[in-house]
Write a protein that binds this ligand. Structure first.
Ligand code: BEZ
Length: 210
């Protein structure tokens, strides 16, 4: 199944390292990040899970729940997590789905047969509180993900959900933003009475609204 931006994130019930989870119920009103790993006891995945565990407070601050997945079963994840705690310095502090029957992997199109018939690729999905898919990225197995980039996108998504703005290239929280293309100057005067800088009629810049 192909999952596209704006689609409702497929719901599922799955065994995880923190018990059985019904995905939508577990998400509740929170944002979510669902990310897949090719396989347990592999080096890149080990570093990724350790890193996400270390920066989990950053996800918590943004009201984002994180959940990992691989096609290995939960008892394998549990053994692997001991290694992750030992080698990465932080125990895995979020649920990991044991997707041995590949139900979730198939729902989210996480198996790309030209990469591997059996292992999931490195997928990342950001899901909004409305349960819609806000971002999906697919990385090759050999490239560890940049989870700071995922946090950066969440900052942008949460800002642009609140204000009619967009964020420029490489934007980070606190930097100037752009007035959305669909906003007329007349509407912008009401929305942003503090004013903005017109670089071009289609490129209007203002300090990040609070
Ligand atoms: C890794 O996590 O290191 C990995 C997993 C599958 C294929 C290649 C690398």
């Amino acid at each position: 199944m192909t999952v596209r931006l704006g689609d409702t994130a497929p719901d599922f019930t799955a065994a995880t390292t923190q018990g059985t989870i019904n995905f939508h119920e577990w998400l509740g009103e929170s944002w979510g990040v669902l990310f897949s790993h090719p396989k347990d006891f592999t080096p890149v995945c080990t570093t990724e899970l350790g890193y996400v565990a270390r920066i989990k407070p950053e996800f918590d601050k943004r009201n984002v729940k994180v959940i990992g997945l691989s096609v290995d079963p939960v008892d394998s994840h549990e053994k692997w997590e001991a290694d992750i705690a030992e080698t990465q310095g932080t125990p895995v502090n979020f649920p990991m789905i044991g997707d041995a029957d590949k139900n979730v992997s198939n729902l989210y199109d996480m198996i790309h047969p030209n990469a591997s018939d059996t292992m999931t690729v490195r997928s990342v999905f950001i899901i909004g509180p409305d349960k819609k898919i806000k971002l999906s990225i697919t990385y090759p197995a050999s490239t560890g993900r940049n989870f700071d980039e995922i946090l950066r996108v969440i900052d942008s998504l949460q800002l642009t959900a609140k204000f009619k703005v967009a964020t420029p290239a490489n934007w980070t929280d606190g930097q100037d933003v752009i007035i959305g293309a669909a906003v007329s100057d007349d509407e912008a005067k009401t929305l942003f009475p503090q004013g903005w800088k017109t670089v071009k009629p289609y490129l209007r810049v203002l300090p990040q609204p609070k």
